[in-house]
Design a binder for this molecule. Structure first.
Ligand code: SF4
Length: 234
């Protein structure tokens, strides 16, 4: 897999051009159950930012690539807080493409929320408020985005954060196992592994994990078991 050209990446984020400071391009804000992290099963407000510069072949939120509404940061904050729910997840798309996501996360944390950030792992995590619980993907080869993993981020993650691998094949699993061992990830933080929905069955992944001897977590996409797997806003 080759690196996508800078021109192609910038084409993908053109929707963010001219976005005024102090505002965000929001795809949707809603309340549901957190589906895939250490917080899985808890009620959670999702702030989904529009636009992503990646194109994982199995992406389940392509609708967020191009559909968004400009909203002042204050309005986004008020909408998230109005749900009166302790856990708020900032997700996308790729949320770190928008500079005002950083003050948004800080202000949510200032308001006493447990803030979760779900990110592709391709962008610098250094500016993220230290109170934020980061769930960072390491993209496996079959995603098509493996070359853009930002390995320096592994040194920024806290021991309380999570690294997530989404596995679509045995090749992905072998790569995952290698990366976990090479970077001693299981000793450093929580490692979650999930199968691409419809491609890898949970029991296959469970057997691979048990055979590996690694102390890592099998993650099932809870919301896809509860609701229609194609449903949005859940
Ligand atoms: S990083 Fe996330 S939103 Fe972007 S293409 Fe991959 S799965 Fe979809």
């Amino acid at each position: 897999m080759t690196n996508m050209s800078a021109a192609e990446k910038s084409h993908r984020i053109r929707l963010l051009e001219g976005l005024p400071a102090g505002s965000l391009l929001i795809h949707e804000i809603y309340r549901s159950l957190q589906g895939e992290s250490l917080y899985a099963g808890l009620p959670c407000v999702f702030v989904r930012l529009a636009v992503c510069d990646a194109r994982c072949v199995w992406c389940d939120t392509p609708h967020a690539f191009s559909q968004g509404v400009r909203q002042p940061l204050d309005e986004v904050l008020a909408a998230a807080l109005a749900y009166n729910t302790p856990v708020v997840e900032v997700t996308g798309g790729e949320p770190l493409l928008q500079p005002d996501v950083f003050p948004l996360m800080t202000r949510l944390a200032d308001a006493g929320k447990k803030v979760l950030l779900e990110t592709s792992g391709a962008h610098d995590l250094a500016p993220v408020d230290g109170r934020v619980h980061i769930i960072m993907d390491l993209k496996c080869p079959d995603s098509g985005e493996c070359d853009d993993n930002r390995w320096e981020n592994l040194d920024i993650l806290k021991s309380t954060d999570e690294v997530k691998f989404v596995v679509a094949s045995t090749v992905d699993w072998q790569w995952t196992e290698h990366v976990i061992r090479e970077h001693r990830l299981q000793e450093r933080l929580t490692v979650q592994v999930s199968g691409v929905f419809g491609k890898i069955r949970p029991h296959e992944l469970a057997e691979w994990i048990l055979r590996s001897g690694l102390n890592i977590r099998l993650q099932v996409q809870l919301h896809k078991m509860i609701w229609d797997p194609q449903a949005r806003g859940v």
